[in-house]
Design a protein around this ligand. Structure first.
Ligand code: PMP
Length: 400
């Protein structure tokens, strides 16, 4: 009965790693997936995570019982505090519900299904381009996906005018997906002034903000600074959703730990919204896993561990910034034609190089460098040792 089934395509992002793994070349380089690597090219488990895990393992009072449908209560409170700020009015007024979900993706999916079921507008606008999984997650959640202009290939920066025009002509009440910081794949974020204009426009048209916060702490190196756009919207008294992921900023990728928060008009509404979130989650996966959320809660609630975390996080962000500088310098030294200043201007884990799919294919074929076909490279996958090889490949690709 399954014989007729055609083979499905590889995921465009995760498929890059599949191809990389098959390549026997000793110089191969995987710049596809957005996972942090050390200067030695190794995955990193933060020291503070190891410490927290050690504490958890040695605590004999801990058991493996099911968590509630909405997850670990401490984790949820601390996650809201992390994104909205300890003194946030939405927390003080208790008009927020936060539920633990399966990392960023799961939080987006639960939020999407909640909106499809209970919100009066089913259309979500996502930036063009955006993380490749967004349209699939929201379509399967039951929303109808449209795009708004975001990136300008000519300037390799933000198409602010196009963005404002498209949000301005979206139907009243439409949902707008916003990357909280370190936009993936472009590395291009609005300035604080532009965020303020976006906020005013969106509130004047009752557009519903749905923030995707997958890189808090990775853009500027400061957790508070990277949360500013979300806090700006939270401060004006309006509603919003935010999906948080701890994959990147705590390096907890495979633990699948994240949170969905919905800011409501008052505490009573928030309580009812939470009751409906439980009805979305229960038949989907019943309740979330306990281990990753316990690690995050242990770190967020202990002053010393929290400080240690911020230092390790800043070190990751700084290493990425230094890779940007090194790659830029290496292209400059080779006299590679073109303006490569966007490599140092763009923010977060990725550089949107501007290389086209043909150039990408050439670099993979001739230089064993793996990346998504849109020319996005993960700066976190680079090291001082591999920058020259990448610069050689880019130089050859653009001068061919
Ligand atoms: N949103 C964006 C913009 C991302 O880049 C990612 C990870 N690549 C995610 C969400 C979700 O990641 P995860 O489910 O691993 O938290």
């Amino acid at each position: 009965v399954f014989a007729h089934i055609a083979r499905g395509p590889e995921d465009p992002i995760l498929g890059v790693t599949v191809a990389y793994n098959k390549d026997p070349s000793p110089v191969k380089l995987n710049l596809g997936v957005g996972a942090y690597r050390t200067e030695e090219g190794k995955p990193l488990v933060l020291n503070v995570v190891r410490k927290a895990e050690h504490m958890l393992v040695n605590d004999r009072s801990r058991v493996k019982e099911y968590l509630p449908i909405v997850g670990l209560a401490d984790f949820n409170k601390l996650s809201a505090k992390l994104i909205f700020g300890a003194d946030s009015p939405v927390i003080r007024e208790n008009r927020i519900t936060t539920v633990q979900c399966l990392s960023g993706t799961g939080s987006l999916r639960v939020g999407g299904e909640f909106l499809a079921k209970h919100y009066h507008q089913r259309t979500i606008y996502i930036p063009l381009p955006t993380w490749g999984n967004h349209p699939k997650v929201f379509t399967l959640a039951g929303l109808s996906v449209k795009t708004y202009r975001y990136y300008d290939p000519a300037t390799r920066g933000l198409n602010f005018q196009g963005l404002m025009e498209d949000l301005g002509s979206a139907p009243s009440g439409a949902i707008i997906l916003l990357h909280a910081c370190a936009h993936n794949p472009t590395g291009v974020d609005p300035t604080p002034q532009q965020w303020e204009q976006i906020r005013r426009l969106m509130r004047s048209k009752a557009l519903m903000p749905f923030f995707d916060s997958a890189y808090q702490g990775f853009a500027s190196g400061s957790l508070d600074e990277d949360a500013q756009p979300v806090r700006m919207f939270a401060a004006d008294g309006g509603e919003l959703l935010v999906a948080q992921s701890y994959a990147k900023n705590m390096g907890l990728y495979g633990e699948r730990v994240g949170a969905l928060s919905i800011v409501c008009k008052d505490a009573d509404v928030a309580g009812r919204v939470e009751s409906q979130l439980k009805l979305v989650i229960r038949p989907m996966y019943s309740n979330p896993p306990i281990h990753g959320a316990s690690i995050v809660a242990a770190i967020l609630k202990d002053g010393n561990l929290y400080n240690e975390w911020t230092i390790e996080l800043k070190a990751m962000a700084d290493r990425i910034i230094s890779m940007r500088k090194q790659l830029f310098d290496a292209l400059h030294a080779r006299g590679t034609p073109g303006d490569w200043s966007h490599i140092i201007k763009q923010i977060g884990m990725f550089t949107f190089t501007g290389l086209n799919s043909e150039q990408v294919a050439f670099m993979t074929r001739e230089y064993h460098i793996y990346m998504t076909s849109d020319g996005r490279i993960s700066m976190a996958g680079l090291s001082s040792k591999t920058v020259p090889h990448l610069a050689d490949a880019i130089h050859a690709a653009v001068t061919r």
